[in-house]
Design a protein around this ligand. Sequence first.
Ligand SMILES: [Ca+2]
Ligand SMILES: [Ca+2]
Length: 152
Amino acid sequence: MEELDKSQLQLLKNAFDAFDHEKKGVISTDMIGTILEMLGHELDDDTLNEIITEVDSDGSGELEFSEFCSLASKFLTEEVDDEAMVQELKEAFRLYDKEGNGYITTDVLKEIFKELDNTITSEDLDTMIEEIDSDGSGTVDFDEFLEVMTGE
Ligand SMILES: [Ca+2]
Ligand SMILES: [Ca+2]
């Protein structure tokens, strides 16, 4: 677990108290989805359940303050994870950019998509490629690739 500094801890304590309406010292795990949504993270049920299982380390179905902190630290340290993800994507990009040109041709990208989903039609492919290759250069550079993968 990442270290949280004092002001972060205070913030979390306030948030925790706000969610702990009945002052029981615990928050029901049912609240987690709502809390994360408020923070701008909409997660599907599977992901949410995974997170709950992970943070509710004693399996009580409720989050004690320390468990709440470990939940929060996951999301507070998200920037770090983003960096790690960019790093991974760079490596993936390099795999496809075999000649090290700094770009992937849209033909190669089509092959990749076909491998990922063999039911895809060539029309769909063209539409996707058009969206991805936003400058219409016929090649996808890392920035364009990143946009696809992160959906930003
Ligand atoms: Ca617990
Ligand atoms: Ca391009």
